[in-house]
Design a protein around this ligand. Structure first.
Ligand SMILES: Cc1ncc(COP(=O)(O)O)c(C=O)c1O
Length: 369
């Protein structure tokens, strides 16, 4: 009997799901993502959208297959045009990137400077920082304040002549905290007179506060501010790797020269379709809010401290080392977030489907039983 290696299995599984994509007549209602990792763990560790893209986006992907023999010379400007219109900017203000991770890395490399420093909160999202560090940037970490919110005063006091770039993740990963808009805006205005300010808005769609502003308004004014956005979260396209930066055209031009790769035909087609797909967008947000309330209730019941989240994950105090928590959860079939030093006795759990969170709830109750 032929044996199936793990590699064969992965290949077969991938082809199987591609075939399913091609043949299954889907309703417009989003379906829970069937894919878990090879060990069948439920993935609550990477802040992914638990729902597959809607039939609308799936159809756009199928249609785009006909174009995959072509480089996306013509399609990239279309995406940039759509994004420019969405934000009231020009296409020259937009750089489409391979996930926002590519934009974060380019900005860290180009603006962070090999002889300068980047100022950032700790803990925060590290993609830019660890990359820039490899090229010689010094990362000046400022601990989060008492409520695990960015301490903007302390950050501003830490600015030196060496500081070339300030990184602000808002809402912050891993804490899910949101800065008061007026304080962030005033901070960006002052700091952008001295160096670049990079605001990572990967989770801003999840913010429910009415009229909460994006720092894109400062890009519009021509300040030294760069904003990063992604199609990986609320739009549910993490596997297709599409993100973008919004900044003044001269900054975009500088960053573009350092791009290593570009978004591809399928990613661009899906992103364009996702921008039109309001039903999926709102469905994702509604489900996220429902599941978040359920997790708050669970953590209240178990007497755990947690941070009110403005994103698709919740950060809670475990009272034990995160490695121990991760191992326990893996044994229960769940994959939760990694260590975020120095907060090693906290855990970040991404918000999955309701059924997945019921599994998480059962495991957490067992852990504290
Ligand atoms: C704050 C933040 N920024 C950016 C990213 C990167 O997302 P992507 O490269 O998929 O756009 C993530 C992913 O988890 C994130 O948490």
């Amino acid at each position: 009997m032929p044996t199936l290696t793990r590699r064969d299995w992965l290949h077969t599984a991938a082809l199987g799901s591609l075939a399913a994509l091609w043949h299954t007549p889907q309703s417009l209602v989003a379906q829970p993502t069937p894919f878990t990792n090879p060990q069948s763990l439920i993935r609550l560790n990477a802040n992914e959208n638990p729902y597959s893209p809607s039939a609308h986006v799936q159809q756009a992907l199928i249609d785009a297959f006909a174009k995959v023999s072509r480089y996306p010379y013509l399609e990239r400007p279309v995406l940039r045009q759509h994004l420019a219109e969405k934000f009231g900017l020009s296409p020259q203000h937009v750089l489409d990137t391979v996930g926002s991770t590519e934009g974060l890395k380019i900005a860290g490399l180009v603006l962070g400077g090999s002889t300068g420093s980047i100022l950032a909160a700790q803990p925060t999202f590290l993609a830019m920082l660890s990359f820039a560090q490899k090229f010689g940037s010094y990362i000046d970490f400022v601990p989060l304040g008492s409520e695990l919110v960015h301490d903007l005063d302390a950050m501003e006091k830490r600015l030196t002549h060496q500081t070339q770039l300030v990184f602000v993740c808002n809402p912050n990963n891993p804490t899910g905290t949101l800065l008061p808009a007026d304080e962030l805006e005033a901070f960006c205005r002052r700091v952008a007179q001295r160096c670049y300010v990079f605001v990572d808005e990967a989770y801003i769609d999840y913010v429910t506060q009415a009229n909460y502003p994006s720092m894109v308004k400062l890009v519009k004014e021509g300040l030294n501010v760069i904003v990063a956005r992604t199609f990986s979260k609320v739009y549910g396209l993490a596997g297709l790797r599409v993100g973008y930066l919004l900044a003044r055209p001269d900054i975009i031009e500088r960053l573009a020269t350092h791009q290593v790769e570009r978004p591809n035909q399928l990613g661009i087609a899906a992103a364009l379709a996702a921008l039109q797909d309001e039903a999926f967008y709102h469905y994702s947000l509604e489900q996220n809010e429902k599941v978040k309330r359920y997790i708050y209730e669970l953590l209240d019941e178990l007497g755990r401290r947690y941070v009110r989240s403005h994103a698709n994950f919740v950060f809670f105090h475990t009272g034990r080392d995160i490695d121990e928590v991760v191992s326990f959860m893996q044994a229960e079939g769940l994959w939760v977030g990694r260590p975020f030093p120095p907060l090693r006795d906290w855990c970040r759990v991404s918000l999955g489907t309701f059924e997945q969170m019921e599994r998480f709830a059962a495991a957490l109750r067992k852990m504290y039983a």
